[in-house]
Write a protein that binds this ligand. Structure first.
Ligand SMILES: CC(C)(COP(=O)(O)OP(=O)(O)OC[C@H]1O[C@@H](n2cnc3c(N)ncnc32)[C@H](O)[C@@H]1OP(=O)(O)O)[C@@H](O)C(=O)NCCC(=O)NCCS
Length: 148
């Protein structure tokens, strides 16, 4: 991802906040206040390709951190906070997560926060990339409350 792609991504994330009142958070370390990635809830444009219409609109939880900050529990800590916001503040009934099937670290974060693998699927290719195999995880409000 280059600077232009990243600028577009940030602009879309800000628009998402303006439109829906929730979205992706910037992740910073407490000590240095250094930006190390993003994490949070969103309704990415690819969801209609994966989720049945009667389950839409769906909200996804996602994360991406700088490799220097992997293996410290930050993604899981932030994801727990995001799920709390999804169920307690937004009042959602369920949340999905759609990591690439090859991304085992991301799958482990989903599993650690109590999400269950429902199925695998293939996202259709776009101009920018080919088809992508993904795992579709879900957690319901009832499951989340049971784990609290
Ligand atoms: C997905 C991603 C955020 C996961 O990062 P991660 O460091 O594995 O996840 P966490 O921050 O939750 O850290 C958990 C790990 O830290 C370890 N850890 C160390 N100290 C810890 C602590 N104090 N508390 C909790 N976990 C701790 C855990 O044991 C765990 O390691 P393990 O998975 O080997 O058991 C990261 O791999 C990433 O950004 N990848 C690239 C982007 C990406 O793939 N995004 C998803 C799009 S599909």
């Amino acid at each position: 991802m280059d600077a232009a792609w990243t600028a577009g991504f940030v602009a879309r994330a800000i628009e998402h906040w303006d439109r829906f009142g929730f979205g992706l958070w910037v992740v910073r370390t407490i000590e240095q206040q250094e930006v190390i990635g993003y994490l949070g809830l969103s309704m990415p444009s690819f969801l209609p390709d994966l989720i049945p219409a009667d389950r839409m609109p769906a909200v996804e939880i996602g994360w991406r951190l700088h490799p220097d900050h992997w293996g410290k529990g930050y993604a899981t800590e932030g994801a727990v906070a995001a799920l709390h916001g999804a169920f307690e503040r937004l009042g959602l009934n369920e949340v999905c997560s759609v990591p690439q099937s090859t991304n085992t670290a991301s799958a482990r974060v989903a599993q650690r926060i109590g999400m269950k693998l429902e199925r695998t699927a293939t996202l259709p290719g776009t101009e920018a990339r080919g088809p992508v195999d993904v795992d579709v995880y879900w957690i319901t409000r009832t499951e989340w409350l049971a784990g609290c």
